[in-house]
Design a protein around this ligand. Structure first.
Ligand code: PLP
Length: 389
């Protein structure tokens, strides 16, 4: 017999990162694995933040719950951070702190759509977005995330993909998996489309700090009417190297935040207090530390672009930017998973196959280059060349 399983959950693929990790050869090896699989900072949190966590842990109240939306001081600090980043004024009551950005996405989607509804989403997509939507019974109206000559989705495609049950447009910029940073006018055109059609724009900007250009990513927060259309999502995982500490944020109009609060309450009651306290400190004290890491990431991006320009390399960089590169492999007609498994098992390079990011992605691999030092990019290309037919 066995357990009955929900077919909504049953139809979702197994968690991709765990699967990819299982491809890695166990036992002795004569060279290190180049691990480009999961997007995780390759360095620990700032030492002063680690020390601060130690101090916070010793406070008597740290073990308690906080407000569902998070600590008032953190909501205020993060609202100020967003305001400074986007040249706008963002009010603390527009902010909900969440237990990671994945939770923010889960709550955002659940607050605006239900089983039988659908959303417009560019492909390739971030796999957890697809998994959650599918588990809720929400349909995915897919549009291409890039095409010849452009590394962002087209608003005309999105317009055509909106149907009678469409509740939201979903954008992720800088993009996972392509790394592409969408131009402000594209993001704003998606917003205008969502507004004109009375639906929501869910904008995942987990990697916003890793954009090479420090100018505001878009002008949406400067508009007086953003807060009945936009749900903005963010993660503290990457920027402060706190992935396992679990903290993110959702910024939206109060009318949708109060709906999301019901979901957040049931999921986790509140975000982890120790992390919230730590991030208050980080937002106040760590600008310089952050700048240093972002410069290092810019160096890694430059290094992978240089390495992939090498003559004789048949893997082509289709897109690269914040954290990720999306690469076309040279094995036309072969499943991307077979290619990725071979790279892991025979060439000690772990990356993710395009098939994990949606349909028609068999020609591609995702490289989370931000995980490794700039000096690894040339050895990476050596190993890729060694795989070529
Ligand atoms: C686009 C995107 N959104 C959300 C997340 C998850 O962030 P968090 O660790 O804050 O849940 C990730 C993590 O890789 C991501 O790539």
């Amino acid at each position: 017999m066995g357990y009955p399983v929900s077919d909504l959950v049953g139809r979702v693929e197994a968690p991709p990162i765990a699967e990819a990790m299982s491809w890695v050869r166990q036992g002795p090896r004569n060279r290190d694995l180049i691990n480009l699989c999961q997007a995780v900072p390759s360095y620990p949190p700032a030492p002063e933040l680690q020390q601060e966590f130690g101090r916070i842990a010793l406070q008597p109240g740290t073990g308690g719950y906080t407000d569902i939306y998070g600590l008032a001081l953190l909501r205020e600090s993060y609202a100020n951070h967003l305001g400074a980043d986007y040249g706008a004024k963002v009010a603390p009551n527009h902010v909900a702190i969440t237990t990671g950005c994945n939770q923010a996405f889960a709550a955002a989607v659940m607050a605006v759509a239900k089983a039988g509804d659908d959303v417009v989403i560019p492909v390739p997509y971030y796999f957890n977005h697809q998994m959650w939507l599918t588990m809720l019974g929400i349909g995915l109206n897919t549009i291409p995330a890039f095409a010849e000559g452009r590394s962002h989705p087209s608003v005309q495609d999105a317009e055509k993909a909106i149907g009678p049950r469409t509740k939201a447009l979903i954008l992720c910029t800088p993009n996972n998996p392509t790394g592409a940073v969408y131009p402000p006018e594209v993001i704003e055109a998606f917003f205008d489309l969502a507004k004109a059609r009375g639906i929501t724009l869910i904008l995942d900007e987990t990697y916003k700090d890793f954009r090479p250009d420090p100018a505001p990513a878009h002008g949406l927060f400067q508009r007086s009417d953003w807060n009945d259309t936009l749900i903005h999502l963010y993660s503290f995982s990457k920027v402060y190297a706190l992935a396992g500490y679990r903290l993110g944020a959702m910024t939206a109009g109060p009318s949708i935040l109060s709906e999301a609060a019901k979901i957040l309450d049931c999921m986790t009651i509140c975000p982890p207090q120790i992390t919230q306290q730590g991030v208050i400190f980080a937002l106040r004290e760590l600008d310089q530390w952050k700048r240093g890491k972002l410069d290092m990431m810019a160096g890694r991006l430059a290094a992978i672009r240089t390495a992939f320009a090498r003559k004789g390399l048949d893997y082509k960089l289709i897109s690269s930017g914040a954290y990720f590169a999306y690469v076309r492999h040279p094995f036309r007609g072969e499943a991307s998973k077979a290619v990725a498994m071979r790279l892991a098992q025979e060439h000690d390079v772990l990356c993710l196959p395009g098939s994990m990011f949606g349909p028609a992605q068999e020609d591609y691999l995702r490289i989370a280059f931000a995980n490794v030092d700039a000096a690894i990019m040339e050895p990476l290309v050596d190993r890729l060349i060694a795989t070529q037919p």
